[in-house]
Design a protein around this ligand. Structure first.
Ligand code: HEM
Length: 241
């Protein structure tokens, strides 16, 4: 018959195995996310600002279809355009650093300040996204609806992360931060889907753009929620919900 101490041992071993599996998954996940950031930085910042013009236009026409003309449209408001791109990448990097366990342990003060900057960047990115999404949306009014929806979700997630850390509820704060940062990654997923569909199908580029945006959001949210569920610590029996 199994004694209570051998049952405890099984549970402990199971928990340790599960934790190390999650650590491995986290390492791979982090590498994937950095690769996605590198892709957005190359196609959205280095390409338009640093590559020779002809090379950028050639690549954009090859991979981006009609979207190649949108660069000049967005440049009508250069501060909004450049601010959105540069601060967008900064937001992704700041968000990744928030999840670095070493950094959090060794420089907790830095974690707090990076967190405040991250939340402020969410506001700036939402504001610039709304300006672009309403002034000259590539996919027309349905894109404006998309932009409002995503900005509302972002504000809800980030406000919840802020509220939970004010209450010093660290577990819930972490979950809302994963949702906030996860949602921001839709832009990186969207690009991959958009480029693949432009290259592989003859659908109209504007429809592909809209569809890929929504697909990016769904994939980003499902990934964030799955990670939360995989890594949620069990609430000890008898503690209040
Ligand atoms: C957080 C990281 C973000 C980054 C790095 C980022 C990056 C970019 C870049 C590089 C562009 C220029 C067009 C392109 O190359 O795709 C762009 C355009 C745009 N972004 Fe973002 N973005 C981010 C977040 C968001 C969010 C949360 C929204 C809200 C929906 C958003 C909405 C838009 C809109 C509406 C445009 C203009 C699209 C058009 O031409 O119609 N972005 N973004």
């Amino acid at each position: 018959m199994e004694t209570s101490s051998s049952t405890d041992n099984h549970v402990r071993k199971g928990t340790v195995a599960h934790t190390s599996l999650n650590e491995r998954r986290a390492r791979w996940g982090r590498m994937l996310l950095w690769a996605l950031i590198a892709n957005v930085t190359f196609t959205g910042v280095i390409g338009p600002y640093l590559l020779p013009r002809e090379i950028f236009i050639y690549l954009s026409t090859l991979l981006g279809g009609d979207y190649v003309h949108q660069g000049a449209v967005l440049a009508q408001r250069p501060w909004v355009d450049a601010g959105h791109r540069l601060l967008g990448v900064t937001l992704l990097v700041a968000g990744m650093l928030q999840f670095d366990p070493q950094l959090r342990k060794v420089y907790p003060q830095l974690h707090r300040w990076a967190g405040r900057i991250f939340l402020m960047l969410v506001l700036v990115i939402s504001a610039t996204a709304l300006i672009m999404g309403f002034s000259y949306p590539f996919a027309g009014p349905p894109e404006s609806v998309f932009v409002v929806t995503v900005c509302m979700l972002l504000l809800w997630f980030s406000a919840s992360a802020w509220r939970e850390i004010r209450r010093r509820n660290f577990a819930r704060h972490r979950e809302w931060m994963i949702r906030t940062l996860g949602l921001c990654f839709f832009i990186a997923v969207q690009r991959l889907i958009y480029i693949s569909m432009v290259v592989a199908t003859d659908w109209p580029d504007r429809e592909i753009f809209l569809l890929s945006n929504w697909m990016g959001v769904v994939i980003a949210l499902v990934a964030a929620e799955s990670w939360i569920n995989l890594t949620r610590k069990p609430v000890p029996l008898g503690s209040a919900a």
